[in-house]
Design a protein around this ligand. Structure first.
Ligand code: NAD
Length: 321
């Protein structure tokens, strides 16, 4: 049986009732965030992903200065699928020009996003990289504005995203239970950094769904390496390079192994991986199906974890707290 005859597993997103494919489509590459991606490539990648069982697509007005949203909108339209067959998340508050977490800015932002996405509503609207703003403003002004947007029906659920893990406890401890439906954490549950794991019991106790993004640590765990703008230290980059080089020399696919590692934690509702081509979609869906059928290659994993040990759980600065 071909891998594609098997079905990609779905997982519940917190208490939302949404069932997300365990591999989610990160659409930042559609804004040419990691290098140029043509509209034709984008449409083909999204269509292939959908037909292979990926039902979750994540974007932001920040990616490619709104290009990702515009291109994703065209891709979804080209799918021609019923709206309830796919789940779309976008964000607000972070833009190419800077940050604006004001109620007015957020309220304007969702209308602009819906227009670019050619949708009447998104499934999740997340406040993007809140560590760059004042967390007290997020609690007192931004989240109430998000709740109003939710009441208006322009989004079904609301959430927050960011790099430092303490932003989640700060905010969730200061809003009434059930206010935040979802959090999106990135680069904290992958082969070089698994610190998100410690926060999961707390997030579960708060009833929020957990989206885990960037299993390849934004390109660190790829043969080609990360983009120029990658914020990791030289030490992290060099150690990940060593792991990628070792993998290449020993017939290990580092990206596949890294994605499979993130997918093994079933407390994470989905693992969002950035994709910009049919080939990447194929490889990533295959990696998930292979994991479902055979488990992870433990000997390759332990060798790679060993190489990465010196930088295990090291991260880089997010915004200001
Ligand atoms: P990622 O770890 O998913 O890595 C993406 C990179 O890996 C891209 O260069 C892509 O071309 C490459 N890639 C993908 N599949 C590959 C394969 N099979 N082989 C080799 N290379 C492959 O990082 P990401 O794109 O930053 O994260 C995924 C998504 O999560 C984003 O697109 C975005 O939607 C979301 N995200 C959100 C935030 C936030 O809200 N603050 C932060 C990071 C990511």
């Amino acid at each position: 049986m071909n891998n594609h005859d098997k079905k990609l597993k779905q997982r519940e997103l917190g208490k939302t009732g949404l069932k997300l494919s365990c591999v989610g489509f990160g659409a930042s590459p559609l804004g040419s965030h990691f290098g140029p991606v043509s509209e034709e490539e984008a449409i083909a990648a999204v269509s292939h992903a959908f037909h292979l069982g990926i039902n979750f697509f994540d974007t932001s007005p920040y990616y490619g200065a709104t290009l990702s949203e515009t291109v994703l909108g065209k891709c979804l339209k080209a799918l021609g699928a019923p709206r309830d067959q796919y789940i779309v998340a976008t964000k607000c508050g972070r833009y190419k020009e800077g940050f604006d977490f004001s109620a007015e800015g957020i309220t304007r932002s969702i209308d602009e996003s819906l227009e670019r996405l050619q949708l009447d509503y998104v499934d999740t609207l997340q406040c993007h990289d809140i560590e760059f703003g004042s967390l007290d403003q997020i609690v007192k002004e931004t989240i109430p504005a998000l709740q109003k947007i939710k009441e208006s029906g322009k989004t079904r659920f609301i959430g927050i995203t960011g790099l430092p893990l303490d932003i989640y406890t700060y905010v969730l401890d200061r809003v009434p239970p059930g206010t935040i439906d979802v959090v999106l954490s990135y680069c904290h549950y992958c082969i070089n950094d698994s610190t998100l794991n410690d926060l999961i019991p707390y997030l579960k106790s708060k009833g929020v769904g957990v989206i885990n993004a960037s299993p390849l640590s934004m390109g660190l765990h790829t043969e080609n390496g990360p983009p120029e703008w990658h914020p990791a230290s030289d030490e992290i980059k060099a150690t990940c390079r060593a792991a990628a080089d070792y993998s290449k020399q020993n017939g290990i696919n580092i990206s596949k192994l890294a994605l499979q590692y993130s997918l093994t934690n079933e407390d994470l509702s989905t693992v969002l991986v950035g994709m910009g081509s049919v080939k990447q979609v194929e490889e990533n869906v295959d990696a998930a199906l292979e994991l479902q059928a055979d488990g992870i290659d433990q000997s390759a994993l332990s060798k790679i974890l060993d190489i990465l040990k010196p930088i295990k759980n090291q991260t880089w600065p997010g915004g200001v707290l």
